[in-house]
Design a protein around this ligand. Structure first.
Ligand SMILES: [Zn+2]
Length: 174
């Protein structure tokens, strides 16, 4: 099972992650994730306009991100075709998560910061977030936040879970 780390440790890990991508330079983490996803262990599915990735800094087991291939910050700049393609991936992700992990509920959300923040990115992405509990802890405000900790997978755990989700992924043509 992935372990849950507190926000300060998560910020340190995220900073290390950013450094592994850019060294001391700057860049868009989401763009880098899309670029590296080609042979990445986290890649769950691909669409014309985006990729579905297991979030390595997720809120719950199976937390998935659908990330636009193009660096676009606003929904309106995506255009309908790209938006629809990304939402189709989100739909497929929710089917795969339901099949494989049987969550109590799945939230799908477009969030993202209006500026680059350590844990939030303006590059367009859709969260597909399974929740397993049903009480207070399952409220959107609780799960879309790092205040109650962040899941960190070991590489092997991430690879194994991604494999299960890829196997459960619906056929896009079905
Ligand atoms: Zn970007």
């Amino acid at each position: 099972m992935p372990r849950t780390v507190e926000k300060p440790e998560a910020l340190t890990l995220l900073d290390e992650h950013r450094r592994s991508l850019f060294g001391d330079g700057e860049g868009c983490v989401m763009c880098a994730l899309v670029e590296r996803s080609v042979d990445g262990a986290e890649l769950l599915a691909e669409g014309e306009h985006g990729v579905a990735l297991l979030d390595r800094f997720g809120s719950r087991v199976g937390h998935t991100l659908i990330v636009s291939r193009r660096h676009v910050e606003d929904t309106s700049s995506l255009g309908w075709e790209a938006y629809a393609d990304l939402q189709r991936l989100a739909y497929e992700a929710s089917l795969a998560l339901e099949r494989e992990l049987s969550p109590a509920r799945i939230f799908i959300a477009v969030l993202g910061a209006s500026a680059q923040l350590p844990m939030s990115f303006p590059h367009f992405h859709v969260h597909v977030l399974p929740v397993y509990e049903t009480g207070e802890g399952a409220r959107p405000a609780a799960v879309f936040s790092w205040t109650s900790g962040v899941l960190v997978y070991e590489d092997e755990e991430a690879r194994a879970l991604a494999e299960r989700l890829r196997a459960a992924w619906p056929d896009p043509r079905a």
